[in-house]
Write a protein that binds this ligand. Structure first.
Ligand SMILES: Nc1ncnc2c1ncn2[C@@H]1O[C@H](COP(=O)(O)OP(=O)(O)OP(=O)(O)O)[C@@H](O)[C@H]1O
Length: 306
């Protein structure tokens, strides 16, 4: 599988989408590189599904530019439909067809698919494809779309909350499918509210809120920016003075209480500086807790919510 251009697989610039007088997407930029598994995050109503629908050519944009696999989906919606495996957030399938008939229909839309992969995934996801779709649970309907998406010979997968109906075992199968797709050089845009899933699968993420970009980049860089918490307790007055002076130099004087307790929220090299100070001052109960990605994401969600 190969992408049609060497630039970004998804390149969205200044995207605006209005529904009447309501602006759902407000000048959004999103860039996804070839072969990347890219997380697309944001609180409810942030505009993720709307942006995804525009990039698939399902919605007409109000302003901005959109390129998917080197093409404008507004001008080439049919080609984008064929070349992109899309799993929508809300699953609606033909109720009177069997699971297999739906898989055949979806394979027909996308043009090329791998029959062996489809068979393997049907088994892995424990799907009975002889039953009619209307008898399927939500999770099983979700699985039909997952099998079709991964078995198609597409370069790009756009997955909008793809695991919302899956049980934990199936979630593991899903993660394996994404890793396999990445291994094959396919590009994945994954919109999800499950932060652990994003952390597990994605090297890069874009966070949006109110239709606008909040942060975009590699998770490893964001982790570096996240604040760790360093604590300790000074035991004697002389040590307290030493700590006070050292923390002031770092601009962290507020981290020290009158009783000698230290609680500093610091990033990068300052973690070592503060730890060094506490050790030099012979403080007790010294701890260092790195920020989790959940902390980082939630901080981003909250900062812009103010
Ligand atoms: N067809 C529509 N007509 C009017 N408003 C809409 C329409 N579709 C979405 N919206 C509004 O646009 C905003 C963004 O919705 P969208 O579904 O894109 O958010 P989301 O980030 O995908 O949210 P969630 O995580 O809850 O799925 C919301 O305020 C929503 O109510």
């Amino acid at each position: 599988m190969s992408t049609t251009s060497s630039g970004p697989v998804i390149d969205i610039r200044g995207l605006v989408k209005d529904f009447g007088s309501f602006r759902a997407v407000d000048g959004l930029d999103l860039e996804v590189q070839p072969g990347e598994v890219h997380g697309f995050l944001g609180p409810n109503g942030a505009g993720k599904s709307t942006a995804v629908r525009v990039l698939l050519g399902l919605y007409r944009r109000t302003a901005g530019s959109v390129s998917v696999l080197g093409r404008d989906p507004g001008d080439h919606p049919g080609e984008v439909t064929r070349q992109v495996s899309y799993i929508p957030g809300e699953v609606a399938l033909w109720p009177n067809l069997t699971g297999q008939e739906v898989l055949d229909a979806l394979a027909g839309i996308r043009g090329a698919y791998d029959e062996n992969t489809e068979k393997r995934l049907v088994e892995e996801f424990a799907l009975d494809t002889r039953r009619k779709i209307r008898t399927y649970s939500k999770g099983n309907r979700q699985k039909v779309l997952l099998v079709a998406a991964f078995a198609a010979r597409t370069d790009l997968l756009v997955l909008d909350e793809p695991t919302s109906g899956l049980d934990p075992l199936m979630e593991v199968h899903f993660q394996r499918c994404v890793q396999e797709a990445a291994h094959q050089g396919r590009t994945v845009l994954l919109s999800s509210h499950i932060l652990s899933e994003v952390e597990q699968l994605c090297a890069a993420v874009t966070i949006i809120k109110d239709g606008r970009l909040v942060e975009s980049g590699r998770i490893s860089d964001m982790r570096h920016l996240a604040l760790s918490t360093v604590t300790g307790q000074a035991r004697r007055p002389a040590e307290l003075d030493m700590l006070r002076a050292g923390l002031r130099k770092l601009g962290l004087q507020d981290a020290l209480s009158a009783a000698g307790a230290v609680e500093a929220h610091v990033s990068g090299g300052d973690v070592n500086e503060v730890l060094g100070l506490l050790v030099a001052a012979d403080a007790e109960a010294v701890t260092c807790t790195p920020a989790t990605l959940d902390d980082l994401f939630l901080r981003h969600y909250e900062v812009v919510a103010r």
